[in-house]
Write a protein that binds this ligand. Structure first.
Ligand SMILES: [Zn+2]
Length: 178
């Protein structure tokens, strides 16, 4: 649940602080979110994962199809950069991005998805992911100019499954280390 105020969204705690301030300044609740925080009970779906405009806490809003695409796009871009942004883990833990489809066994899709995943995600030549290259090489798989957008739908599902497993492992490792 959240509050809308002056074109932003706030968590309950931050909205309460705003309301206290506004009340102290004798601002009247006009019923319009331009003037005064309005409780949003719609729990409406959004095209983005929403965060409080003040404290940045994740508001756990439901997502539209575009919103799900947005989360997946962000994940893929972050993986390609080799660095996960601060929000992605939180989103992945909250949203069940099982990508609506179960990957099925198709050798070519698997090779492409694994190759792309390994190039995005390997943690150096001694990592498990890096060994994927060796395995693919032995299978005489030749990678074309690969990108997430060029994978088949099945290939994308395989890629995202691999990615989300690794991201979850990474999140656990980070928590244990902290
Ligand atoms: Zn907040």
């Amino acid at each position: 649940m959240a509050y809308a105020y002056s074109a932003d969204i706030y968590c309950d705690d931050c909205a309460e602080k705003l309301i206290t301030e506004l009340d102290a300044n004798r601002v009247i609740d006009s019923g319009d979110s331009d003037d005064y925080p309005q409780f949003d009970s719609s729990s409406g779906e959004s095209d983005y994962p929403q965060h409080c405009a003040d404290c940045q806490v994740f508001l756990e809003n439901p997502l539209t199809d575009d919103g799900r695409e947005y989360v997946i796009d962000t994940l893929v871009k972050d993986l390609a950069r080799g660095e996960l942004g601060p929000c992605v883990n939180e989103w992945l833990e909250y949203y069940d991005l099982d990508y609506e489809r179960e990957p099925y066994f198709e050798r070519f899709d698997i090779c492409e998805a694994y190759y792309l995943f390994a190039s995005h995600y390997h943690g150096g030549q001694n990592s498990t992911e890096y060994r994927i290259f060796g395995r693919l090489d032995r299978m005489r798989f030749k990678a074309r100019d690969l990108s997430y957008a060029r994978l088949s739908e099945n290939g994308r599902a395989i890629y995202l499954n691999l990615a989300s497993q690794s991201v979850a492992r990474l999140a656990r490792a980070t928590r244990t280390a902290a």
